[in-house]
Write a protein that binds this ligand. Sequence first.
Ligand code: CUA
Length: 333
Amino acid sequence: MNRERSTFLQTLLAALPLLLMGCGAQGPDWRTLQPVSDFGRLGADVYDDLIWWTLGILVVVELLLLYALLRYRSARSESEVPSQVHGFTALEIAWTLVPAAILFFIAIPTVRTIFELQGAPPSEDALEITVVGHQWWWEFQYPELGFVTANELHVPVGRTANLTLSSADVIHSFWIPQIGGKRDLNPGSENRLWFTPTEVGEYYGQCAELCGTSHANMRMRVFVDDSATFAEWAAAMQAPAIPDSAGAMTFLISGCAACHTIAGTPAQGKVGPDLTNVGRRTTLASSLIPNTPEHMAGWLRSPDSVKPGALMPDLNLDEQRVNELVRFLEGLR
Ligand code: CUA
């Protein structure tokens, strides 16, 4: 074996574990093929159709290739020239018609699914949710229930969620692989997306439209709750925590209130996420870090090092103020 070839093989072998790491079950779960909503199911059904078609094509093409390799290998005389043919009308018609027919049979379920996902109006008792994309986090408004939250969407199982999507700045795209999407959030106009979740659980979502520095960090979590758990959560969200007044004062004088709202306090900023009941969220910083006092402190000290490009400025807080804010914010639940 020559040297280049052996280097090539070694590189290939070294890269194999890296490739296989992609198969691991660690980290957020982006499976589109295990849908947990009607929307996800329709998309996955199209995939299933396509897999069989492409598998069939693969087998036929590889068998033909194998046949040609064996049948026409140059085992016999080097000087023997195979019979020279120009044009074979029947074959040319066949290899034009067969792919056209296959594409036709792929197009039928694809187009039908597109119309199904766009066309069916949501049922009367759908839960209305307004989603606003921001650089780089998600705002979730529940207009009928009267509260706003961020980055963690709660929906009840078996009830249609009717999402109205728009953006506060640039184009984002809403995508929860197991539930639904992708659908764009455009500044200045509204898009719709509705789905009925079918399985209780916690699912991961991600912005799917390049939207700036921390596009890759614009994540979200979706909690599909049974109806009792959802009602409990909604009731807790409707009753804002009673903030302790010393902490609220620290929040105000540290400058936080210019961008954030905390219901029941003078903090009514609209630029950043609504922090009423922020202590109830399981994660912080668009679902990048767990909501613990340590992570909250790290975020307050330097938002940019947690989420590069974060629009929340470094407030140059001293440790005492960081501790006061952490205690205050974690208590909002
Ligand atoms: Cu928002 Cu990418």
